[in-house]
Design a protein around this ligand. Structure first.
Ligand code: CA
Length: 423
């Protein structure tokens, strides 16, 4: 996936697209008591637990200051030990980043489309009520549900308090871990769920909507009216919470997410960037047309749109609008937003892509991605320490290089670009 490993979306870690990278090695050494000699055995579990207990005593003071009661804290944290599996869960970024077409292929599987269609029918009256209250398209709500937890099948079975305590105590995500752990304790304090019921992913994304605790506190709703917010086993609460979150994130009722388009010959691809917004009509004047010769809807002509090329200028092109950006609030990955939007369309029997994916492009290995970054650095496009993550800065540097080399400036990292840089 195209999300930097250490970046967390506001929402959480749905669809497995975000990777927390934790550096356990080295930090452990820092906790070795001074009396240890170089001959001493490596730090064992006992020492970790001892150091964790000391950390917990300090953290308790901060949690109480933040409004967690002593009773809640002591009940929830009783017997909690650090979970080294959480630390191991993502030590390294993957060797290959999945190409977007491979990701979409899995996300939009026929099985998921069919099941989503069945669930839309089964939950018709519930979705009527949710749509009425929040104005969010039911297809999008169900698409998110399908991508976040496969309609509730995979919510994660980790004890969120233990996972977050581990993240707060150890590694590069301590600030995230602390904030989320305090939020998790407040959820328990509110009585929505007991410590043992607070289950989720190893990184703290919980329930069928995969909300991280702060998102839960802000956006989970009690749609079935039983007095508790329950995104684990209540379908009304799950789907209502998703809709509520999209609603406050700026969902525009009745608006489309975007269109598949075609760009004209000689198009300036430097404009194909999520930061560039133009009206649909203005894109039309630049020669951007809807596929299959269908005109843009009249009502969308003034809508602000960005041209999005998920796989560079050789692949399909899309004009994406407000509701696409709203889905990004849920998970800050454009591939994810693409998957949600297309899955929602598939439920309605649409959403087939006309353009061809550049499947002959070989994905770059991590070493190659780092080489590409270091070659760009050498040429004066300062993008910092090479980390193998093709993020905003790298794409920007690629564009600048492409412009100077008179290549289509789509900001897309390919093996042919790497070859060009090596020359
Ligand atoms: Ca409820």
């Amino acid at each position: 996936m195209n999300i930097p490993p250490v970046r967390l979306p506001r929402h959480g870690l749905g669809a497995g697209v975000v990777i927390l990278s934790l550096a356990m090695s080295g930090c452990a050494d820092a906790r070795v008591p001074e009396s240890r000699t170089p001959m001493a055995p490596p730090v064992g579990r006992h020492d970790v637990n001892e150091s964790f207990a000391a950390w917990l005593t300090k953290f308790r003071v901060d949690a109480l200051k933040a409004g967690v009661t002593a009773k809640t804290f002591d009940r929830a944290m009783a017997g909690v030990t650090p979970d080294m599996d959480v630390v191991d869960s993502d030590q390294n970024q993957p060797e290959f980043v999945k190409p977007v077409w491979v990701y979409l292929n899995g996300a939009l599987s026929e099985k998921r489309v069919t099941r989503g269609q069945v669930l839309l029918k089964e939950n018709k009256s519930l979705l009527n009520a949710i749509e009425k209250k929040y104005g969010v398209d039911r297809n999008v709500i169900v698409a998110i549900w399908g991508l976040e937890s496969n309609f509730g099948d995979f919510m994660g079975s980790q004890h969120v308090v233990r996972s977050l305590a581990t993240l707060a105590y150890e590694g590069r995500r301590q600030s995230y871990g602390r904030t989320q752990l305090i939020a998790a304790l407040k959820i328990i304090q509110a009585g929505d769920v007991g410590p043992d019921g607070l289950l989720g992913s190893w990184a703290g994304a919980m329930g069928q909507t995969q909300f991280i605790p702060t998102t839960y506190l802000a956006h989970a709703v009690d749609f079935d009216g039983d007095g508790k917010r329950n995104i684990w086993t209540s379908r009304p609460d799950t789907l209502g919470s998703t809709a509520q979150y999209l609603n406050v994130s700026g969902w525009e009722p009745g608006a489309t997410w975007g269109y598949e388009v075609k760009t004209p010959k000689g198009f300036d691809y430097a404009q194909a960037d999520m930061s560039v917004k133009k009206s649909v009509a203005a894109w039309g004047k630049l020669g951007v047309k809807r596929v299959k010769g269908i005109p843009f809807a009249k009502k969308d002509e003034t809508a602000a749109a960005s041209l999005f090329l998920p796989a560079g200028h050789k692949g399909p092109a899309f004009l994406v609008m407000n509701n696409f950006r709203t889905v990004l609030a849920y998970n800050a990955s454009t591939s994810y937003a693409m998957a949600v939007s297309l899955l929602a369309d598939r439920f309605r029997g649409r959403g087939e892509i006309v353009g061809n994916w550049p499947t002959d492009e070989r994905p770059l290995t991590r070493a190659e991605r780092e080489e590409l970054q270091s070659l760009l650095n050498d040429k004066g496009y300062d993008l910092g320490e090479p980390d193998g993550i093709i993020g905003f800065n790298t794409r920007k540097a690629i564009r600048s290089y492409q412009v100077s080399a008179k290549l289509p400036a789509d900001g897309y990292a390919t093996s042919s670009l790497l070859d060009h840089l090596r020359r």
